[in-house]
Ligand binder design. Structure first.
Ligand SMILES: [Zn+2]
Length: 631
C-alpha cells in the first residue's frame, strides 16, 4: 500500500543529502514451522482454508454485507477450526458441501485489536465449513459513502480495505498472511451499480446486479477486496485499464497513459507479470491511502489525478507490489518491510526506467527527507525500537508498523546493497528471489539467510546486514542522494527566507507549470517558519498554492501556513479536510493544528474533524482522533 503514517511534520532544511535457488531445505521448512503470527487467532498450522467461496449480498440500505463464507479445508486431523472475526454477527455454522449439517461453535472474548476467535467444532474428515454471517455497523474494513461523497453525486459507493488485519471485519476467515488461498465469489448489488474485486472482473454492468468472481492465484486474506459503485471501464491496453466513475474516465485516461509502459519496464526488471490483468479502480476521496495493491485490481485515490501526471509514482508503487508483497509476501506484520521496502526500491527503478535517473532521484530525495523527520520523531517517541526493519509488534496494532521505516529505510537498505554489489548482480539476485519465492510467504530471517547464501557469500561481499535490519536508526554507509533540481528549489526558498521578493523583478516569470510537484514540495519545505504571513500571501498570489488542484502541494503548504500563522488559506484548508480522507494528506495538517502554540488551532481542528470524520475511512478517522486526543 502507499503510504505510510507520518508521525509529525516540521520544517526541515534541505541540507539533508545524508544519508538459491528455491531448494526447500529441511532447515528452512523447520524454521517456517516455528514462526507464528501473533495477529491471528486461527489454528492455520493444524488446519487451513485452501479455497474460499463467498456468497454475499451488499445492502446499501442497512449498510451491511450478509451471506455465507464457504471454506474448503486442507487434509487435517483437527477437531476444531479457528477463524478470525471482528465485529461480525455469526448466525450459524454448517459442515458439508451439498448436504449441510449444523455444528456447534463458540465465539471468544473480544480483543480491541484482534477481534474475536470463532471456534468451530469439526471432525478430522471435515472438508467444508460454511459460516453464515453479517457485518455490523462496527465494521472497520468497509467504507459506505453517500452519493454526495462521490464525484457523480448520484449513487452510493462502498469499498473494502483489508490490510493489515481488517479483512476479518467483513469476512470470517483465517486472517494471516502466512496462509494463501484461492477464492471465488457470487456478489449481489443494486442493479444500477457495478461490483469489482481483486479477481477476474466484469467489464460491463450486469442488468441483474449479480456478479461472479474467480481468483485462481493463491493470495493472503488481506488482499481480498471489493468495491461497489457507479463504475465504468476504460481500457489502456489489452491487459490494463481503469475502473472509475464515468465522470472521471477522461481524466484517468490522461493521467495513467503510461501504465502499459510501466508494466513492461517492471517485467524487464524482475520477470513476467504473473497476475494476467493489471487494472486500477479509482475510489472516492475518502480512501485512506494513495493506493492499495489488491491483485489484478489496485485501488487508488482520486488525489492521484493531479492533471500533470506528477503523482504517478504511486501507480508504479502498486504495480511493483505485484512482485514484492503479492507474489512474495511478508510472513507476519513484523516483516512488513519485506513488502514495502522492496516495493519502494522497485517503484523507484520503474520511475528511473520510464522518466530517467534525475526524476527517480528527486523522488528518493524527498522520501529520504521524510525519513529523517520520522526518525527524529520516533527516536523521541514511545517506541524508538520501531526504527529497526524487523519489528516486534506482538501486542500492538500492526498499523503501527506502517511508517517510513518499513518503506524508506527498507528501500535505502536495498539501494545501499545495490551500490555495494553492483546493479547487474543485484538485479539478477532480485529476479531470482521473486522467482524462487513466488506465491510464498517469507520471514525476515529466511530472507537474510537467502541473501547471504545467494548473493553475499558467493561474491565474497561483506555487508552490515544485521545492523540495517536488527538495529535502530540509519547505518553510516547509507547511500547519499543528491538532486541539483531540488537544491535549486532550496536556494530559491532561502532567497525568500532572506527577504528577497523573488516573484518581483527578474524572476517574476517563475510559473507553477515550470516545476514538478516534488520540486514545489522541496521549495515549501525550504521556507522558514519565520517568514511572515504577508510573504506567504505574496507567494499565494503568484503560485496559488492554497487553492491548488494538487493535494500533495496543498497539504505541505497548509502545514507551513499553520506554523507561520497565515490564516487566509483557512477556507481552502477546511474544504481540503472535508473532502480528502487520504491519511497522508490530512495527518500532517491535523498534527500541526494540534501542536500549535496558538490553542485556537486545536479547537478549529476539532470542529472541522467533527464535521469531516464521516467522510473518512476508519483507518484515517482513528489516526486523526488520536492526534486530536479524542481516543
Ligand atoms: Zn506499498
Amino acid at each position: 500500500m502507499r503510504e505510510f503514517k507520518i508521525l509529525s511534520f516540521f520544517a526541515i532544511g534541505l541540507i539533508l543529502s545524508s544519508c538459491g535457488n528455491s531448494e526447500e531445505s529441511t532447515a528452512k521448512k523447520n524454521r517456517s514451522a516455528q514462526i507464528s503470527d501473533s495477529h491471528s487467532y486461527s489454528n492455520f498450522k493444524k488446519i487451513n482454508t485452501t479455497h474460499l467461496h463467498l456468497d454475499i449480498e451488499v445492502d446499501f440500505e442497512t449498510k451491511t454485507i450478509a451471506g455465507v463464507a464457504r471454506h474448503e479445508m486442507n487434509d487435517h486431523h483437527s477437531n476444531v477450526a479457528i477463524f478470525d472475526t471482528k465485529a461480525l454477527e455469526i448466525q450459524k455454522v454448517t459442515l458439508g458441501k451439498d448436504n449441510e449439517i449444523g455444528t456447534d461453535f463458540e465465539i471468544g472474548d473480544a480483543n480491541e485489536i484482534l477481534g474475536r476467535p470463532l471456534k468451530v467444532k469439526i471432525k478430522p474428515d471435515t472438508k467444508y465449513i460454511n459460516i453464515y454471517y453479517s457485518t455490523t455497523d462496527k465494521t472497520q474494513a468497509l467504507d459506505w459513502l453517500e452519493p454526495a461523497l462521490t464525484t457523480g453525486k448520484k449513487h452510493p459507493f462502498m469499498y473494502t480495505q483489508g490490510q493489515a488485519i481488517l479483512t476479518r471485519s467483513w469476512i470470517p476467515l483465517q486472517d494471516t498472511p502466512m496462509n494463501r488461498i484461492t477464492y471465488s465469489a457470487d456478489v449481489k448489488v443494486p442493479s444500477e451499480l457495478m461490483a469489482v474485486m481483486s479477481a477476474e472482473n466484469p467489464k460491463k454492468k450486469s442488468a441483474t446486479g449479480e456478479y461472479h468472481f474467480k481468483m485462481n492465484q493463491r493470495i493472503p486474506a488481506y488482499l481480498i477486496a471489493l468495491a461497489v459503485g457507479d463504475l465504468t471501464y476504460t481500457p489502456l491496453s489489452d491487459r490494463c485499464g481503469i475502473y472509475s466513475e464515468p465522470e472521471l474516465a477522461a481524466e484517468c485516461e490522461y493521467e495513467f497513459v503510461d501504465l502499459p509502459k510501466m508494466i513492461e519496464a517492471a517485467e524487464n526488471l524482475y520477470g513476467t507479470y504473473q497476475w494476467d490483468q493489471f487494472d486500477m479502480a479509482i475510489l472516492p476521496y475518502s480512501f485512506p491511502f494513495g493506493g492499495m495493491e489488491n491483485p489484478r485490481l489496485t485501488f487508488a485515490n482520486p488525489t492521484l489525478l493531479a492533471g500533470d501526471r506528477s503523482l504517478v509514482s504511486v501507480v508504479a508503487h502498486e504495480l511493483a507490489h505485484s512482485w514484492s508483497g503479492n507474489l512474495v509476501t511478508n510472513a507476519t506484520w513484523n516483516d512488513f518491510w519485506l513488502n514495502e521496502g522492496f516495493t519502494v526500491y522497485f517503484e523507484n527503478r520503474i520511475m528511473e526506467a520510464l522518466y530517467g535517473k534525475e526524476i527517480a532521484d528527486i523522488h528518493a530525495f524527498i522520501e529520504r527527507q521524510d525519513l529523517s523527520a520520522t526518525l527524529e520523531d520516533m527516536e523521541n517517541g514511545k517506541h524508538p525500537e520501531d526504527t529497526q526493519l524487523k519489528l516486534h509488534l506482538d501486542a500492538r496494532d500492526p498499523d503501527e508498523g506502517l511508517t517510513d521505516i518499513a518503506y524508506v529505510k527498507g528501500a535505502f537498505f536495498l539501494r545501499t546493497l545495490e551500490k555495494k554489489v553492483g546493479r547487474k548482480k543485484f538485479d539478477a539476485f532480485l529476479k531470482q528471489y521473486f522467482k524462487s519465492h513466488a506465491f510464498q510467504t517469507i520471514s525476515t530471517e529466511s530472507f537474510v539467510e537467502y541473501l547471504r547464501a545467494e548473493l553475499l557469500e558467493p561474491n565474497k561481499i561483506e555487508f552490515n546486514v544485521d545492523e540495517w535490519i536488527y538495529q535502530p536508526g540509519i547505518p553510516d554507509n547509507c547511500v547519499k542522494i543528491r538532486s541539483r533540481r531540488l537544491e535549486r528549489m532550496s536556494e530559491l526558498a532561502q532567497d525568500v527566507n532572506e527577504g528577497e521578493m523573488i516573484f518581483i523583478g527578474s524572476d517574476a516569470d517563475l510559473k507553477r507549470d515550470d516545476f514538478i510537484t516534488q520540486e514545489w514540495l522541496a521549495f515549501i519545505r525550504g521556507l522558514s517558519d519565520d517568514i511572515t504571513p504577508q510573504t506567504m500571501r505574496e507567494i499565494d498570489r503568484k503560485l496559488s498554492f492554497s487553492m491548488s488542484a494538487n493535494s500533495a502541494i496543498k497539504s505541505e503548504w497548509y502545514q507551513l501556513a499553520i506554523r507561520v500563522g497565515y490564516k487566509d488559506m483557512r477556507p481552502y484548508m477546511k474544504e481540503h479536510l472535508m473532502k480528502v480522507g487520504r491519511r497522508w494528506l490530512i495527518e500532517g495538517i491535523y498534527t500541526e493544528l494540534a501542536n500549535s502554540k496558538d490553542t485556537s488551532n486545536l479547537k478549529w481542528a476539532k470542529d472541522v474533524f467533527a464535521k469531516a470524520k464521516d467522510n473518512y475511512h476508519f483507518v484515517s478517522r482513528s489516526t486523526v482522533a488520536e492526534i486530536l486526543g479524542e481516543k
